[in-house]
Write a protein that binds this ligand. Structure first.
Ligand code: UT7
Length: 338
């Protein structure tokens, strides 16, 4: 998209009014996984940076995690659920194929006046959602949009596949977007997709291509299938590229980044992006060691924790960068307003 078109679309300044996250209590360490599959703590830490992950309680589904994060975000924004005009839930692990998890959340939190839909963009989902929300607010259609990234990836993990089961975790993060003072909030957006890479990260069955059957269950096709190395190569390339695009759209340079909040998939991917962007470690939010890859929840959880750690300050340029299933990528550059 050309810069002039982009500026034309942004009619109002839109930022993050409130945030909240929910992390399930149960912790599964690398040592616990050593008992399940042929792996070891050293391999996992060295190759991914992950030490432990949290797993949702058996009675909880994705909407339950999402609701807890959403209620915190709405209260944090100083609003009530009735003030929310739209609920977007970014997830690859909806409670059910339909109704959408966003509709379940809308009902459970009592957002009586809100429209609701789910968004599928893999681990880029929350940033895609924030981008969509910002435009619906900037256009004047809506005032307050709740964007949630929530996942119970443990439910679609093959606990016998060491290539994937050591990587993922459960959690939810939410934000309420709305108008902020002029010059603050989302400065630029870069979204992208390369569907040709879709097979590198997918759940092969359960859709119209391969409906659920005894055969698909026996073939473990309702679990995450991933070619880790292909996704790794894509991630290394795309993270720096999308970050540079969004900076360019905002008329800023690498040096102007105050805090990078990247998708938390693998410390080696984050380090590589940081190196390409010439960012020192104090300018990068990392918590992959505690939660593993929580897909669409990873960036809002990291953003919440960055604030808890006092790392979000007024006037800072905060860069959110995600990549994931699709394959997709998404960057949003935000001038923090409070
Ligand atoms: O959010 C987006 C979703 N996904 C990602 O971001 C994942 C991106 N990819 C990655 O993070 C990395 O590719 C992995 C962490 C998944 C794998 O690291 P890698 O350095 O790319 O390893 P590899 O796949 O090339 O495998 C190296 C070896 C293989 O053994 P051989 O064939 O060399 O004998 C694997 O079988 O490591 C083996 N291996 C393991 N060993 C111990 C794979 N998983 C494990 C494991 N424990 N859990």
């Amino acid at each position: 998209m050309r810069m002039e078109e982009y500026n034309y679309m942004i009619k109002q300044s839109v930022g993050f009014l409130g945030m909240g996250c929910y992390i399930p209590e149960k912790v599964v360490t690398n040592y616990d996984l050593e008992k399940l599959v042929d792996t070891n703590n050293d391999w996992i830490v060295e190759r991914t940076g992950i030490k432990e992950r949290h797993i949702a309680a058996p009675e909880d589904a994705t909407s339950d995690l999402a609701v807890r994060a959403a209620n915190l975000a709405i209260a944090d924004a100083g609003l009530t659920p009735e003030d929310i005009d739209l609920v977007i839930v970014a997830t690859e692990t909806p409670d059910t194929k339909f109704p959408s998890t966003a509709c379940l959340v809308q009902d459970k939190i009592g957002a009586k006046h809100a429209a609701a839909f789910d968004l599928s963009a893999g681990c880029s989902g929350f940033v895609y959602g924030a981008a969509v929300a910002s435009q619906l607010i900037a256009s004047g259609l809506y005032k307050h949009v709740l964007v949630v990234g929530a996942e119970t990836l443990s439910r679609i993990m093959n606990w016998k596949d060491r290539n994937t089961c050591v990587l993922f975790g459960d959690g939810a993060g939410a934000a309420v977007l709305g108008n902020v003072d002029e010059g603050y909030g989302i400065l630029a957006i870069d979204l992208g997709a390369d569907g040709s890479g879709g097979p590198h990260l997918s759940m092969p069955a359960g859709g119209s291509r391969k409906p659920a059957s005894h055969e698909t269950v026996d073939a473990c096709e309702h679990f995450i299938h991933m070619s880790g190395n292909d996704v790794f190569k894509f991630a290394i390339k795309i993270m720096a590229r999308t970050a540079l695009h969004v900076l360019e759209k905002a008329g800023l340079k690498k040096d102007d980044i105050d805090l990078l909040v990247p998708h938390q998939a693998n410390i080696r991917i984050i380090d590589s992006a940081a190196k390409r962007l010439k960012l020192s470690t104090d300018k990068i939010m990392v918590n992959v060691e505690k939660y593993g890859n929580t897909s669409a929840a990873s960036i809002p959880i990291a953003l919440c924790e960055a604030r808890e750690e006092g790392r979000l300050k007024k006037d800072q340029n905060v860069l959110l960068v995600g990549f994931g299933a699709g394959l997709t990528w998404a960057s949003v550059l935000v001038k923090w307003h409070k």
